[in-house]
Design a protein around this ligand. Structure first.
Ligand SMILES: Cc1cc2nc3c(=O)[nH]c(=O)nc-3n(C[C@H](O)[C@H](O)[C@H](O)COP(=O)(O)OP(=O)(O)OC[C@H]3O[C@@H](n4cnc5c(N)ncnc54)[C@H](O)[C@@H]3O)c2cc1C
Length: 398
């Protein structure tokens, strides 16, 4: 299943080196299927627990949705806290938001331990109201976040106008978010685990998994593997032997502009997004490009028509240009990609209800990297038989 097409910016920022051919162990404590962000962060966490691990990837690690990711890391979710409270109750919703905040710290920890720079920088996020009608919703969100101790400010129109060249009715500003180079973060986490003994098998497709009472048999294009536990992190592609419920696939568009010499018009290199759905979102890169994304469409395969794609990128550019009318912007890189969401806007993470040694980490949603991080710790706890507050919130059958 093709997950993206076009020119990917992050691919130009990382030189792949590959992995030495590993001697296959008779049985692993854990086999991770999929070498994207979810597999990488799981590998990072489990390698710190001293497990023997193998990571199996059908193509090259980091080449799936992870290389299309725009790298905004935020504790806030596509579903606002006050809306999640309505959906699952206050205790669970706050617990989940706190876990996303904790995941931000854990992502920083991965970034600091990666064997090379992953361009992780702590940033504030500006979440603006796209219309006057959305101001009340944003105010409610501000109140909910404040009540539960999250670091947030409320900005009126004049505050936004004082700091940015555009005007919007209101915004909330959250602290403690971050931007990252997602491909470098993914590869950094994999190399961290690899240096601690993880075996990596690229260009090896998993064809099926068979859970028995004591171990799991993993059938691949390069023979069989055995493990005490299997963690499926195959992203938006269909997982082997498993249909994830509530999965909804869309097509989305992202681009990186040319480097911009003078960024003084962009307050504190903040990350920016909005209340409209689908939302426009943007951030800066280390080499001073604007990365922008949005315009999601309900389609479950990548568009074929070059004309359609060109029209969408034209629209993306004019929406960006409208915010920054004095800048002469052009896109150096443009890519379109599939994007998975769940109907309740939460990721799907946990043990398979019928296969006790098989676990899933499917980081659906716009906050996928944060979900992959909190999911890696949730699965660590499940593997060790420890309870985790997110278990019942994110379980596969909910
Ligand atoms: C345009 C775009 C922008 C995004 N922006 C953000 C953002 O700003 N912030 C954020 O947090 N998230 C963002 N996301 C979401 C983020 O990219 C995903 O959450 C993340 O990449 C998911 O990682 P993953 O490891 O689950 O999937 P993937 O990166 O797709 O990795 C899955 C891997 O599994 C492999 N695989 C699949 N099937 C098999 C098999 N049978 N055998 C072996 N290997 C297999 C695939 O080849 C692939 O490498 C964005 C996504 C897109 C598309």
């Amino acid at each position: 299943m093709k997950l993206h097409k076009g020119s990917l910016y992050w691919d130009t920022t990382f030189q792949r080196e590959g992995f030495a051919k590993a001697e296959r162990k008779e049985i692993y404590d854990a086999v991770i299927i999929g070498g994207g962000m979810s597999g990488a962060l799981t590998a990072y966490v489990l390698s710190n627990e001293g497990y023997s691990i193998a990571l199996i990837e059908q193509d090259e690690a980091g080449g799936g949705s992870t290389s299309a990711n725009t790298g905004l890391l935020q504790f806030s979710n596509d579903i606002m806290l006050h809306e999640l409270i309505k959906q699952i109750g206050e205790d669970k919703a706050v617990e989940f938001y706190l876990s996303c905040k904790e995941a931000m710290k854990n992502l920083q920890d991965v970034a600091e331990h990666a064997p090379f720079d992953v361009n992780f920088h702590t940033r504030e996020s500006l979440y603006y109201a796209s219309t006057e009608e959305d101001v009340a919703r944003l105010k409610k969100e501000y109140d909910a976040l404040r009540k539960h101790g999250f670091p947030v400010e409320f900005w009126k129109r004049e505050d936004i106008e004082a700091y940015f060249p555009f005007s919007q009715p209101a915004a909330i500003v959250t602290e403690g978010d971050a931007e990252v180079n997602p491909l470098r973060l993914c590869m950094g986490a994999i190399y961290y685990a690899y240096e601690r003994g993880m075996d990596v098998f690229e260009h090896t497709e998993v064809l099926g998994i068979q859970d028995t009472e004591e171990r799991v048999l993993i059938k691949t294009t390069d023979g069989d593997f055995q493990a005490r536990a299997v963690i499926v992190t195959t992203g938006y592609a269909p997982a082997p032997d498993m249909t994830i419920p509530q999965k909804d696939v869309k097509v989305t568009y992202a681009a990186a502009t040319q480097p911009i010499e003078d960024l003084s018009f962009w307050r504190d290199r903040m990350m920016i997004w909005e209340t409209k759905r689908p939302y426009l979102y943007m951030r800066l890169t280390d080499d001073n490009r604007i990365v922008v994304g949005g315009l999601d469409q309900n389609m479950d395969t990548l568009p074929d028509s070059e004309e359609h794609i060109a029209k969408k990128f034209g629209q993306l550019k004019s929406e960006l240009q409208e915010l920054f009318p004095e800048q002469k912007l052009h896109f150096d890189y443009e890519w379109t990609a599939l994007f998975g969401e769940s109907t309740d806007e939460l990721p799907v993470i946990g043990r398979h209800p019928l296969e006790p040694h098989v676990y899933y980490l499917i980081g659906l949603g716009g906050n996928g990297t944060v979900y992959s991080m909190l999911g890696a710790y949730l699965l660590r706890d499940e593997l060790a038989g420890k309870s985790n507050p997110n278990e019942s919130i994110l379980e596969i059958e909910r």
